[in-house]
Design a protein around this ligand. Structure first.
Ligand SMILES: NC(=O)c1ccc[n+]([C@@H]2O[C@H](COP(=O)([O-])OP(=O)(O)OC[C@H]3O[C@@H](n4cnc5c(N)ncnc54)[C@H](O)[C@@H]3O)[C@@H](O)[C@H]2O)c1
Length: 315
């Protein structure tokens, strides 16, 4: 029986992951935690306020609930990390090492996501291999590469069952994104619905990897359930579903909202980050080692996003 503690559980991924895990493993077997207090959810479902930089608190909550797995999501995302690099280091590295230590002391299975932000300008941009040059130029990227290596270290050195993926930009309708470089790919749907127009802070032809949230959640479950003897890599599996630029989102939206218009007002900080990332990563190691396969392409995702946010899509 799995009993899972999720850190950063009120964020874009955590809020949907906790619900999905509860559907699979049972309501009381998933302990949501976050530095923020939850609002508007049943008090009967387990939730604890935990700051992941407080190692003692994280340890005592994990021990008290007798969990066997930690899914560590609490982090500062790329664009916000560029604004507050020292906070990013303290949270992204301090929180991660605390969570790994709790997992080591209590012998827990461990998951944490890396990101396409772990790549840099010198990384091959197209079909970016699983194992390749990683010299990121952002604080977030520095944190993510160090985090990937740290998770490998805990597996190799302590035999801890660490697993992880490199997520692309995630697109969802349930919880707003938390200050990443690909947030435009969520905002564009809301603005299309409200104003039939969007001004993109990322340039027309800048390609990045993306994924719809249901595929991102399925990937976690599938990887955590995978037979470990099939895993040649353990952490930081490349996974992607869609490689797209703002103009591709506009085209997909115009199939439903023909008079939607896209303009550009480039944010130099996020544009520079985006240009340092790949156009399209190669997910074949994840497919081979644990069967990763995304279900949503940009058209299917666009239809689902518009439907979920209340746009009447004709069948
Ligand atoms: N969302 C994406 O597009 C994306 C892409 C690649 C990787 N990731 C990674 O996935 C993970 C989760 O991302 P997300 O999009 O859900 O982030 P998010 O910003 O939406 O959520 C992060 C959560 O962490 C919480 N938090 C902040 N500081 C904390 C602390 N000190 N202690 C405990 N909780 C704290 C926040 O309150 C928030 O609820 C991160 O590691 C992120 O780097 C996300």
């Amino acid at each position: 029986m799995k009993k899972i503690l999720v850190t950063g559980a009120l964020g874009q991924i955590g809020s949907e992951l906790v619900e999905k895990l509860r559907d699979i493993y049972g309501d009381t077997n998933v302990i949501g935690t976050d530095i923020r207090k939850r609002a508007g959810q049943s008090d009967e479902l387990p939730f604890e306020t935990v700051d992941v930089t407080d190692a003692d608190r994280l340890y005592s909550v994990a021990k008290e609930h007798q969990v066997d797995t930690i899914m560590h999501l609490a982090a500062l995302l790329s664009a916000n990390a560029e604004k507050k690099p020292k906070l990013a280091w303290d949270l992204n590295m301090g929180g991660l090492v605390n969570a790994l230590e709790v997992a080591r002391e209590l012998d827990l299975q461990f998951f944490t996501p890396s990101s396409i932000g772990a790549f840099g300008p010198s990384t091959p941009k197209d079909n970016t291999p699983q194992d390749t040059l990683q010299r990121p130029t952002t604080m977030y990227g520095v944190n993510k590469v160090a985090g990937e290596l740290l998770c490998d270290y805990y597996y190799n050195h302590f035999g801890l069952d660490t697993r992880g993926v490199r997520y692309p930009g995630l697109i969802s309708h349930a919880t707003p994104p938390g200050g990443g470089t690909t947030d435009y790919a969520v905002e564009i749907y809301y603005e299309a619905m409200k104003h039939k127009a969007y001004s993109s802070y990322i340039a027309e032809n800048t390609y990045m990897d993306m994924m719809y949230m249901p595929d991102a959640l399925d990937a976690i479950i599938q990887l955590m359930e995978a037979d470990p003897t099939n895993l040649k890599h353990r952490n930081a599996f490349n996974i992607s579903a869609i490689s797209a630029a703002p103009k591709d989102f506009a085209k997909a939206i115009q199939k439903y909202i023909p008079d939607f218009t896209l303009s550009y007002d480039i944010d130099p900080i996020r544009q520079e980050i985006a240009e340092s990332w790949p156009n399209h990563i190669d997910s074949s190691a994840a497919t081979k080692e644990w069967g990763f396969k995304a279900k949503y392409d940009i058209d299917k995702m666009t239809r689902a996003m518009l439907e979920h946010i209340g746009y009447k899509v004709d069948s």
